[in-house]
Design a protein around this ligand. Structure first.
Ligand SMILES: C[S@@+](CC[C@H](N)C(=O)[O-])C[C@H]1O[C@@H](n2cnc3c(N)ncnc32)[C@H](O)[C@@H]1O
Length: 206
């Protein structure tokens, strides 16, 4: 999703809105430096596990309904997607308590983050900003991206689509506003594409 190079994977990384994903656990096992934030982390392991079990079938059913919005190449079926997602969530569940103690999983929410200026080299945010453009205002997006830029030197957001696989309604305005405030903003193509047309990230340098 982020086309991270081996060098970038060795830098200090913030994963924003990481949810019940496996990136933190796997990178930590490879001696990477990673902190994840998500409001989900206010819950206990048992509560998160219950929620995953309760929503698993609904999420797959929605994907079946919207089958044509996705590219079924590297993942060939909804069932395979389910297995991959469940394996990632299990990896997270097994790591969560240990990771909380090590301060790798922190309960926090955009648009405010509990970190000092430029505490991280890279901040990543996947499938939250832009994806929920209907639910979150342009102001929320702008403030959130500026907050990510405050705590990290480079910010990467993937994808730039909103639900329904259409370009985010906020994207153009956000790019213009960031450029007016002298941030360097680039849209970059990546190899990963699961949502049709979702093979671009927004990178902001400051
Ligand atoms: C669709 S999930 C994406 C999870 C993961 N990044 C991925 O790509 O698989 C969206 C995540 O955004 C988190 N979220 C919701 N409101 C948030 C906020 N205000 N700030 C940061 N994250 C938030 C949710 O808790 C959820 O884990």
């Amino acid at each position: 999703m982020f086309s991270l190079s081996p060098t970038e994977l060795k830098e200090s990384i913030l994963g924003c809105s990481d949810g019940p994903a496996s990136f933190n656990s796997i990178l930590n096992k490879q001696n990477g430096s990673i902190v994840s934030v998500d409001p989900l982390y206010s819950h206990t392991t048992a509560q998160i596990k219950k929620r995953i079990d309760e929503t698993y079938e609904t999420v797959l059913e929605q994907t079946r309904k919207n089958h044509s919005e996705f590219v079924w190449n590297s993942i060939s079926s909804v069932e395979e997607l389910g297995k991959i997602r469940m394996a990632a969530m299990n990896e997270f569940i097994q790591d969560f308590e240990k990771g909380k103690k090590e301060k790798r999983y922190i309960n926090a929410s955009l648009p405010r983050l509990p970190f000092s200026d430029k505490e991280f080299n890279i901040a990543l945010c996947s499938h939250f900003l832009f994806l929920y453009s209907e639910q979150f205002t342009e102001k929320f997006h702008f403030e959130s991206i500026k907050e990510l830029c405050r705590v990290a030197k480079i910010v990467k957001i993937f994808p730039v689509l909103e639900l329904g696989s259409v370009k985010s309604r906020h994207l153009e305005t956000i790019i213009n506003k960031l450029e007016k405030e002298n941030y360097r903003v680039q849209l970059k193509k990546v190899a990963y594409e699961f949502q049709k047309g979702g093979n671009e990230l927004l990178e902001i340098n400051n």
